[in-house]
Design a protein around this ligand. Structure first.
Ligand code: BGC
Length: 368
C-alpha cells in the first residue's frame, strides 16, 4: 500500500513537471556532446513538403545555423520514394562528416538503421517536430507540444459550433494525419481527450461511426486523400437532412481539402479546425470559412534546435523535459524541448501574428 502511494506520487510529480514544462533533466543526453566542433556542418533532413511549415523550415535552419557559426546542410526527402530517399540522405550526411543531425522524419519508424549509424559515428541525433520511433538512438526531441495542439483543436471545434448554434447535439466528423507520422496519433489523442466525453454524453454525434485513429487517419497527410474521404462521407452519411456541424481537421492543408469537398457538394461549410497557420488558410479564417488554426512559429522551432546544438557544442547540458505523453517513442521517452502552440481564430489572429509580418499582413487584410 505504502509502496503504491510513493509510486503514485512520483508519477503525478513527473506528469506535473512535464505539463508545466519547466522542469529540467540532466539525464538522457548525448554522450558525444563534445564532438560538435565550432563552425562544423550540421545535417538537417526534412520530409517531403506536405505542408507549408516544411517549406519554411529550410530558410529558418539556414539562417539560425549561420547565426550560431555553423554550416548548414539542409535536404528534403523527394515527393516520391520519400522514405528510402530520406534514409540515403541521412547515411550520406553521416559519411560526409556532418557533426550533428536534425531530423524531421517522413516515417518515424523507418530510421532505426540510420540513427544507429549516427550513434556509432558519435553524432548526436535531434528529432525535430516529428519523433523518431522504435529506437534508443535518438538523443533529443524538439517540437511544439503536440498533445496540446490536439487539445486546442478539440476545444476550438466545440467553441466554434457553440458560437453558431448554442446547444447540441452537434454532428461532427473526425480526421487525423498520417499513421507514419508519430505526431498524428498524439494530435488525435489530444483532441479526443476533449471530444470523447462529449461523444459519450451525447452532445456530439459522429454519424459515420468512424471514431478511431485507424478509421480516420489520412495516408501521407495528402490533401487528395482527405478530400476523397470527405466526399464519400457526404454521399454515404449526409445525403438527406443530416446537418454536419463540425469537422476536426488536423492541419490546414487537409482542412482546405475538406472544405473544398463540402463546397463541391453544395453544403454549408461547418466549423473546420486546422494547424500550421498556412498563408492559404488565413484569408479563409478571416472570412469565416475555416474556423481555426494553430500557430507554431517555424523560426522559433528551428532556433530551439540550433540553440540545442550550440549548447552541446559548448560542452553544456541542455535543459529538457521528460514528457511521456508527448515524447515516448516506443523504447524511451526522448528528452525534449517543448514549445507552446497557440490557437488562432479571427478574433486573435492580428494580435498573435504580430511577430510575423507575412501572417500579420494577411490577418490585417482579412480583418478589414
Ligand atoms: C507537423 C504538422 C504538419 C503535418 C503535415 C506534422 O508532423 O507537426 O505541422 O501539418 O506534419 O505535414
Amino acid at each position: 500500500m505504502k509502496k503504491k502511494l510513493i509510486i503514485g506520487v512520483s508519477v503525478a510529480a513527473i506528469t506535473a513537471m512535464a505539463l508545466t514544462g519547466c522542469s529540467s533533466s540532466r539525464s538522457g543526453g548525448s554522450s558525444s556532446s563534445d564532438s560538435i566542433p565550432k563552425g562544423s556542418t550540421i545535417g538537417v533532413s526534412l520530409p517531403a513538403k506536405t505542408s507549408q511549415n516544411w517549406v519554411l523550415a529550410k530558410a529558418a535552419f539556414e539562417s539560425a545555423l549561420k547565426a550560431d557559426g555553423f554550416k548548414a546542410d539542409v535536404q528534403y526527402a523527394a515527393a516520391t520514394n520519400t522514405v528510402p530517399d530520406q534514409q540515403s540522405q541521412i547515411s550520406a550526411m553521416i559519411q560526409k562528416g556532418d557533426k550533428a543531425l536534425i531530423i524531421a522524419a517522413q516515417d518515424g519508424a523507418q530510421l532505426g538503421t540510420q540513427v544507429k549509424q549516427a550513434k556509432a559515428a558519435g553524432i548526436p541525433v535531434i528529432a525535430w517536430d516529428r519523433n523518431i520511433t522504435g529506437t534508443k538512438n535518438v538523443d533529443y526531441y524538439v517540437a511544439f507540444n503536440n498533445y496540446k495542439v490536439g487539445q486546442l483543436q478539440g476545444q476550438a471545434l466545440l467553441d466554434g459550433m457553440k458560437a453558431r448554434k448554442s446547444s447540441g447535439p452537434y454532428d461532427i466528423e473526425l480526421f487525423a494525419g498520417a499513421s507514419t507520422d508519430a505526431n498524428a496519433p498524439v494530435f488525435f489523442d489530444g483532441a479526443m481527450s476533449v471530444l470523447e466525453p462529449k461523444i459519450k454524453d451525447g452532445t456530439l454525434k459522429v454519424l459515420s461511426g468512424q471514431t478511431t485513429f485507424a478509421q480516420v487517419n489520412t495516408a501521407g497527410w495528402l490533401a487528395q486523400n482527405a478530400q476523397t474521404r470527405m466526399s464519400n462521407l457526404l454521399q454515404k452519411t449526409y445525403s438527406g437532412n443530416e446537418e454536419l456541424d463540425g469537422v476536426l481537421s488536423p492541419n490546414d492543408t487537409l482542412g482546405r481539402a475538406i472544405i473544398q469537398a463540402i463546397q463541391q457538394d453544395h453544403k454549408t461549410v461547418p466549423i473546420v479546425t486546422g494547424q500550421d497557420s498556412e498563408t492559404a488558410s488565413i484569408p479563409l479564417i478571416m472570412n469565416g470559412t475555416q474556423y481555426s488554426t494553430i500557430y507554431k512559429n517555424t523560426n522559433e522551432e528551428a532556433n530551439a534546435a540550433v540553440k540545442l546544438v550550440k549548447t552541446l557544442s559548448d560542452g553544456k547540458k541542455p535543459a529538457t523535459v521528460i514528457d511521456k505523453k508527448n515524447n515516448y517513442n516506443g523504447v524511451k521517452t526522448v528528452p525534449a524541448i517543448e514549445l507552446t502552440p497557440v490557437l488562432i481564430t479571427k478574433e486573435n489572429a492580428v494580435k498573435e501574428y504580430a511577430n510575423n509580418p507575412t501572417l500579420e499582413a494577411l490577418a490585417k487584410a482579412g480583418a478589414k
